[in-house]
Design a protein around this ligand. Structure first.
Ligand SMILES: NC(=O)c1ccc[n+]([C@@H]2O[C@H](COP(=O)([O-])OP(=O)(O)OC[C@H]3O[C@@H](n4cnc5c(N)ncnc54)[C@H](O)[C@@H]3O)[C@@H](O)[C@H]2O)c1
Ligand SMILES: O=c1ccn([C@@H]2O[C@H](COP(=O)(O)OP(=O)(O)O[C@H]3O[C@H](CO)[C@H](O)[C@H](O)[C@H]3O)[C@@H](O)[C@H]2O)c(=O)[nH]1
Length: 323
């Protein structure tokens, strides 16, 4: 059985929907930002918090967990600057509880949701895993702290881990049943689509003076189903002992500016966006694009869906929402 912590959230619920096809899955989630109805019915669900040692004891004593996938975290960069305590408590403190409970119950395989925010503002075209981590906000730092703890736990306690540093997750499940539902929503693609669906007056572009061809920020958007598939590859590799502990970027290797994303949303939907140009948002690097060559080389995974397919799947889901 695989324990998916945070499996009621956006990315976790997409992974669960695919993973239940091949494994028994137990979801542990406190539903603080997740949604009960997003959890596939074939998965078991425990409503609880990894900060609670009793919950962890119950889970690890009563279920034959062979591996843990850990999606649970707070992940709003701006909020992490205003309230770092909240981020270090949950993303570091509670995650440490989880790791220690795993050790106590002799569960040694761990897959961790990390982020491109660990790189900070690297001044390179393509970011590969040799670029030194240098996070510039408490969110990115909280993720890097766990990465470092994992390296120490792996050498001291034979824990095996895969760290997956996602770039910009987007898109929805092909079934149209689940999609990106953050409250509040801060991510670019869902905000544009909510605007085009008539739920927001306009879409803001944060900054037009970046050192990029059209002056707006460039990001690497990766389909949530491609992310789910990478987790399943990582799981196979850990369970079959194919690979050592490792850190991998997950991206498409292609960058799109904010303006290009808006244009692609317009093309996909056939609707015209009302765009408002604003000041830069604090802490946004101008360009973040992954090299995902390492995971392709070592695990054979690569992203299969492009920006247009990401937006098409997201739009299919948005149109069915009753807000
Ligand atoms: N969305 C992105 O673009 C992106 C990019 C890089 C990394 N990530 C990371 O991926 C992971 C998932 O992101 P998401 O967008 O699906 O977020 P999300 O908020 O939708 O999902 C997080 C889930 O974890 C649960 N949770 C939080 N704290 C918990 C706790 N202490 N105990 C139990 N459950 C808890 C929440 O209720 C929620 O269901 C996060 O770790 C995030 O930092 C996301
Ligand atoms: O209304 C908006 C919202 C966003 N943007 C811009 O669109 C780009 C993408 O912004 P998102 O908020 O969608 O995503 P981020 O790149 O800020 O952050 C995402 O990727 C990061 C790593 O790169 C972290 O992991 C983080 O958790 C995850 O949400 C940025 O340039 C942002 O300035 C706008 O112009 N207008």
């Amino acid at each position: 059985m695989i324990l998916v912590v945070g499996g009621a959230g956006y990315i976790g619920s997409h992974l669960v929907k695919d993973l239940v096809m091949e494994e028994d899955v137990l979801v542990l989630d406190n539903l603080i930002t997740g949604h009960r109805e997003a959890i596939d019915q074939k998965a078991l669900f425990i409503h609880g918090d990894i900060g609670d040692p009793f919950v962890l004891k119950t889970v690890f004593k009563n279920y034959p967990i062979k591996s843990v996938m850990h999606f649970a975290a707070y992940s709003l960069v701006g909020e992490s600057v205003l309230d770092p305590q909240k981020y270090y408590e949950n993303n570091v403190g509670s995650t440490l509880n989880l790791l220690n409970a795993m050790l106590k119950h002799n569960v040694k395989n761990f897959i961790f949701s990390s982020t491109a925010a660990t790189y900070g503002i690297p001044n390179v075209e393509l970011i590969d895993e040799t670029i030194p981590a240098n996070p510039i906000n408490p969110y990115g730092k909280s993720k890097l702290m766990i990465e470092e703890i994992l390296a120490d736990y792996a050498s001291a306690y034979e824990m095996k881990y895969t760290i997956l540093r996602y770039f910009n997750a987007a898109g929805a499940h092909e079934s149209g049943e689940i999609g990106e539902k953050h409250v509040p929503e801060t991510h670019l693609i869902p905000l544009i689509l909510q605007h085009l669906a008539g739920l927001r007056k306009n879409i803001s572009v944060f900054g037009t003076d970046y050192d990029t061809p059209d002056g707006t920020c460039i990001r690497d958007y990766i389909h949530v189903t491609d992310l789910a598939k990478a987790h399943i590859s990582a799981l196979h590799s850990l369970l079959n002992g194919w690979n050592k502990s490792a850190v991998y970027n997950l991206g498409n290797g292609q960058g799109f500016s904010v303006k290009e994303v808006i244009e692609t949303c317009e093309q996909v939907t056939g609707l015209k966006a009302d765009v408002v140009y604003c000041e830069r948002r604090a802490g946004d690097p101008g360009r973040l694009v992954a090299s995902a060559e390492k995971i392709k080389r070592e695990l054979g995974w690569e992203a299969e869906r492009n920006l247009e397919q990401i937006i098409q799947s997201a739009w299919k889901w948005h149109r069915n929402q009753k807000y």
